[in-house]
Design a binder for this molecule. Structure first.
Ligand code: B16
Ligand code: MG
Length: 214
């Protein structure tokens, strides 16, 4: 009865969080703020503009709209420079084997990411050909935990949400999947992904036919 797998990008298929962290840290130095790794965790799955707003809040820094707009561009230019050498070796362990299994089992495969740079990352890592549909930050107006990104994925595949299974590493993403009436498989720690229907630490050695039984 399940027909499609919808994947988050950062933290599920590749680890771009390290590059986001570096770029936000570089930006924070401009207003004398040192972003911590714990805070970076809270930026996972959060859109670019919301991430900046959170950092400015933590820094207690009141910025003008012009300043914010300039910083968003600057952060993204820095991030694009940092990901410019990404390559297939950065695909997370077990992911390619898992994608092959679900393709063989006949599942449709879609991306549901908050990132506006998702297509560049898929191209650089060679993941693009696996996807029947890509819904990214350029195609949605509401951020996770709103289900928009995944509902657009189901709609674009011509499927009802109830037939879709979402793979997410962020709590907001799991909430988005559940709000969209989809099954959610959390990738990571049980403490942060409590709402997920199933949780796996990563894709290493995962048997798709077993995992996708609900
Ligand atoms: P960009 P995901 C998210 O990707 C990242 O986890 C989050 O840290 C980032 O701020 C967001 O994309 C926007 O990314 O600046 O490239 O548009 O986890 O939804 O795949
Ligand atoms: Mg993520």
């Amino acid at each position: 009865m399940y027909k499609a797998c919808l994947f988050d990008l950062d933290g599920v298929l590749v680890d771009t969080a390290i590059y986001h962290f570096q770029a936000w840290k570089n930006l924070g130095k401009q207003f004398g703020y040192e972003l911590t790794e714990e805070q970076n965790e809270q930026l996972k799955g959060v859109s670019r503009v919301e991430s900046l707003n959170k950092i400015l809040d933590w820094a207690n820094y009141l910025a003008t709209q012009e300043q914010k707009a300039a910083w968003l561009i600057e952060k993204n230019e820095d991030y694009l420079r940092l990901i410019s050498n990404m390559n297939p070796s950065e695909i997370l362990p077990g992911v390619l084997e898992f994608l092959q299994q679900i393709k063989d089992l006949g599942y449709k495969i879609a991306l549901g990411s908050a990132s506006k740079n998702a297509e560049i990352i898929l191209e650089k890592t060679g993941l693009m050909p696996w996807f029947d549909l890509i819904i990214d930050g350029n195609k949605v107006s509401k951020s996770k935990p709103d289900p928009e990104v995944f509902l657009k994925g189901a709609e674009g595949l011509g499927l009802s949400p109830e037939t879709c299974i979402v793979f997410e590493d962020a709590q907001a993403g799991v909430e988005a999947a559940k709000a969209g009436k989809m099954k959610a498989i959390g990738i990571g720690e049980a403490e942060t992904l409590a709402l997920a229907d199933k949780i796996i630490p990563n894709f290493i050695g995962v048997k798709a036919a077993e995992l996708l039984q609900f």
